[in-house]
Design a protein around this ligand. Structure first.
Ligand code: AMP
Ligand code: MG
Length: 488
């Protein structure tokens, strides 16, 4: 059940603005399955009224009614600074369907749109759509994307583009920014209403603990700590880890200027608007921790009710200290597996760190290196393995490979079994920027085939899919520097 705040200062009953002459750009059969939409042979809904509903032009299909769409405001910290009330995510919630909230992003102005036009462009909608579905297929918690509906309606950003509406699904789209909103208004009543809703609907295990609000906080922290480690394990940078872009369910949310690493650069900044590198690849855990501290501040009044402010602060601080512990545990476990180390041995972490340092120094392609590492045959002449050619300092990496081979001897599995396991954690295909960019450029010329093709490939990231091998390769030199910014 979607949460609706009492009070129209934060929750407005609102209609989507109709989208002129809408057409299908993309549709996710996997998301459709999640909410039981039946598909025809073209993998589009058999009930054709979905096109009108998902573009915001109509509020019912043959079988589903969405009579009460709403927009919800939130606040947040942007780039480390309190920004007050922000907006509604440019999203209108149509309603619930099969345990999922169905949201339209880019469906027009609401009371919370501030200076914005409430629209989203085709470019950013394609990025959000593809990455949501790619992340899901990678096994990383995320909001889902159901569809993109396009229109020739012109939208002004840096240049003139066209509008699109992306339909998203999630058990809840609520963010840290919702907690911060009520805390900033000193509205303990609605803060409590919101926390109680979350506990009841999404964290029932917290209900029977000694301190349900503290338990809720710990769980949100833990989910987001695990999430960041998962992002890093596939080379993902979110790009805008503002507190309003942090899900209280620990989902990846709000795909803007995100990026998957091509060359491994530990301090890679994927967002062209992030000049200081606040949200660089290696800073993500620290920044997520910082966002959890924002959440802790917002939750103080909830805990203080029972035990007083000082005790509440102490409890939340104690819980917050667990964040780096949970994160490190997950990170270590994932990177061990990426190297095919399925037992825990002393010296594993320095071995992983030496590799990452060497990859950074030589700007080695992150995704293909790990995928190919699985192909290594330990008992053959390890120093002659082709992966060494990726590195500038051959002597040093040869020493690393010798140590790695020695370490692999402690694993009981054969080369073949290890490769199979490693292929389950090291994806072959991720949404590299240049791939998204070429799909966008074709779509801007009304050819949506590349979006559909990418969706298909990225829905099976761990499978070989030999016919699409070229999609797994590092970008050619002329495609390396696609710049992405907050503009959407
Ligand atoms: P973002 O940087 O996309 O997370 O956006 C931050 C806030 O600005 C969100 O609350 C959005 O609702 C709002 N926003 C961004 N772009 C627009 C737009 N074109 N129209 C209305 N609101 C917007
Ligand atoms: Mg956002």
């Amino acid at each position: 059940m979607a949460f609706t705040f009492s009070g129209d200062d934060v929750c407005q009953a609102t209609q989507p603005t109709p989208l002129p002459e809408p057409y299908w750009v993309a549709f996710s059969p996997s998301s459709a399955k999640l909410i039981g939409i039946e598909l025809d042979k073209n993998q589009l809904p058999t009930d054709t009224t979905w096109l009108a509903v998902l573009s915001g032009n109509q509020l019912s299909t043959g079988t589903h009614q969405f009579p009460n769409p709403i927009a919800t405001a939130y606040s947040g910290h942007q780039f480390g600074v309190w920004a007050g009330q922000l907006g509604d995510g440019r999203a209108i919630l149509l309603g619930d369907i099969a345990g999922q909230e169905l949201q339209l992003k880019g469906a027009g102005i609401t009371r919370f749109s501030r200076m914005g036009d409430g629209r989203a462009v085709l470019r950013s909608s394609i990025r959000e759509f593809l990455c949501s579905e790619a992340m899901h297929a990678l096994g990383i918690p995320t909001t889902r994307a159901l569809s993109i509906i396009g229109s020739d309606l012109p939208i002004r950003r840096e240049t003139l583009e066209t509008a699109a509406v992306c339909a998203r699904l999630a058990p809840s789209f609520m963010r840290v920014g919702h907690f911060e909103h009520f805390a900033s208004l000193d509205d303990v009543g609605r803060l409590k209403e919101f926390a109680d809703y979350l506990i009841q609907n999404h964290y029932p295990e917290s209900q029977n603990t000694e301190n349900p609000y503290l338990s809720l906080f710990k769980e949100i922290c833990s989910r987001n700590a695990n999430l960041v480690a998962q992002w890093q394990s596939v080379g993902f940078c979110h790009g805008v880890l503002n507190s309003d872009n942090i899900s209280v369910l620990g989902l990846t949310i709000d795909y803007g200027p995100f990026g998957f690493l091509d060359q491994f650069q530990i301090d890679h900044i994927c967002n062209h608007s992030d000049q200081g590198g606040r949200y660089a690849y290696h800073r993500q855990p620290q920044i997520m921790h910082w966002n959890m501290a924002c959440l802790a501040s917002a939750m103080i009044p909830l805990l203080a009710n029972d035990s007083g402010k000082e005790k509440a602060q102490e409890q939340l601080r104690g819980a917050l200290e667990q964040f780096p512990v949970v994160y490190a545990h997950k990170w270590q476990s994932l990177f061990r597996k990426k190297l095919g180390l399925f037992t825990v041995q002393e010296g594993d972490i320095p071995l992983i760190e030496r590799l990452l340092q060497a990859m950074h120094d030589s700007k080695v392609d992150f995704t293909s290196f790990f995928r190919n590492l699985g192909k290594l045959q330990v008992n053959s002449a390890i120093s002659k393995n082709p992966l060494r050619d990726e590195f500038l300092d051959r002597e040093s990496i040869d020493r690393w490979f010798v140590d790695y081979a020695e370490r692999l001897q402690l694993e009981s599995s054969s080369d073949i079994a290890r490769q199979k396991e490693m292929d389950r954690i090291n994806p072959k295909y991720v949404l590299r920027n240049h791939l998204a960019q070429s799909a966008i450029e074709m779509a801007q010329n009304k050819d949506f085939s590349e979006v559909i093709k990418l969706l298909k490939i990225l829905s099976h990231p761990y499978e070989e899919q030999d016919e699409y091998h070229s999609y797994s390769l590092a970008p050619p030199p002329n495609a390396q520097s696609v710049e992405v910014s907050c503009s959407s």
